[in-house]
Design a binder for this molecule. Sequence first.
Ligand SMILES: O=C(CO)[C@H](O)[C@H](O)COP(=O)(O)O
Length: 223
Amino acid sequence: MTQDELKALVGQAALQYVVPGEIVGVGTGSTVNKFIDALASMKDRIKGAVSSSVASTERLQALGIPVFDSNAVEELSVYIDGADEIDGRGYMIKGGGAALTREKIVAAQSRRFVCIADESKLVGTLGRFPVPVEVIPMATQRLIRQFAAMGGSAQVRMKDGKALVTDNGQSIVDVSGLRIADPLAFEDEVSQWPGVVTVGVFAHQKAAVCLLGTAGGVRTIEY
Ligand SMILES: O=C(CO)[C@H](O)[C@H](O)COP(=O)(O)O
């Protein structure tokens, strides 16, 4: 099976976690796009979605799925999103699609995070994938130096020759060369640095379940 087929497989499998009659939290990315397409088949049985990005909002609305502001909803039963890496404890690196801040917000208002990923995303220790960090642009260079002091190499994410601008009007730095043995401590530390909006390590908002697409089918891992 191709990676795209594995993504479609887990996108479809995630429907079983959607609670009829409720609003579902929806992440961002190519795997989530498969989930959104599958969700259209049950759009008359759900109230709608809270979305984590402009891109997902546009896709949901194009399929006729109502999108609610996160402030209009107190708590969601379930949040479904992909990951760039997930480890054996459900800790993740996210933000490859630059949507990490809104993803963390919607994950935080959800009781259960269901991660959908193809098997290439499963790792022993987080850090092979460069950690995305959303930052206030005026702090970028100082933060790059702070990451260097902890052994990382941070680069501003570019798009069309300019620093990428997130849905929130900020920048992203991608930090490579880190081995994140203690994701909770890493998230706590970096989140406190002035100028950091969101660090793309999801330890406090970790996955409760991972639907992993493998050649043998969907493997369900509960944490
Ligand atoms: O965190 C994300 C976006 O900010 C995505 O969930 C992550 O990048 C995985 O994306 P894909 O499903 O395209 O591999």
